[in-house]
Design a protein around this ligand. Structure first.
Ligand SMILES: [Zn+2]
Length: 212
């Protein structure tokens, strides 16, 4: 009933999260009404993120180039490291303005039922950072050893997130007993994702973090 190119765009929109077939159709009509240069800018931006964005070689956050903007920022507190499941968890924490350290992105959470074990996450890299530091980063010049004094485990308040937090607490207790490992205070809705928590709740959970 529609030209093939319209069908193709609507189908592409419908594959986006939270977009149903009706919204996909509406977005398609919207694109048709916009000037060509505006549509070209959108298309270009879509391609550019895929071409330019990769993983930070230090923290596995999203990065344009070898290191992310947070790792490269000399104003970040080198004593604090916050562990999150995915790159989408970094922005909500930044928005709370409660945290001034660096991050470590695990790439998921431990979940034996889904076949996700320790080797599937960036845990080894985390332990190496905590033990040896980040020699190439501002604040730790020349690799003088780790300056990390606290690791804040901000995995999601889900079964997998809790299991991951416990594992990290146990491993770091063995590998780096001088480092305090903390967990966000309760108050975050159980089973919810950090990504969807509001700033005030997340900020409070951060301020009220406790030793694991
Ligand atoms: Zn980074």
């Amino acid at each position: 009933v529609q030209p093939a190119s319209i069908e193709r765009l609507a189908a592409a929109f419908a594959r986006l999260p939270g977009i149903g077939p009706r919204t996909a159709q509406r977005l398609t009509y919207h694109v048709l009404t916009r000037p060509e240069d505006e549509v070209r800018t959108l298309a270009q931006a879509l391609i550019e993120v895929k071409e330019l964005i990769g993983e930070c070689r230090i923290c596995f956050n999203l990065a344009e180039g070898p290191e992310c903007v947070i790792c490269r920022d000399p104003r970040r507190d080198p004593a604090l490291l916050c562990v999150v499941e995915g790159p989408a968890d970094v922005l909500p924490i930044e928005r709370t303005h409660e945290y001034r350290g660096r991050y470590h992105v695990l790439g998921g959470a431990l979940s034996p039922v889904d076949g996700i074990g320790p080797q599937d996450l960036h845990l080894e890299e985390l332990y190496r950072r905590v033990v040896a530091g980040d020699p190439d980063l501002p604040g730790d010049p020349g690799g003088t050893g780790s300056r990390i004094t606290e690791v804040v485990v901000a995995t999601n308040p889900t079964t997998a997130g809790e299991a991951t937090a416990l594992q990290i607490g146990a491993d770091l207790g063995r590998l780096a007993p001088q480092v305090t490992v903390t967990r966000l205070a309760s108050g975050l809705p159980v089973g919810a994702d950090l990504e969807h928590a509001d700033e005030v709740t997340l900020g409070r959970a951060f301020a009220g973090r406790r030793a694991l």
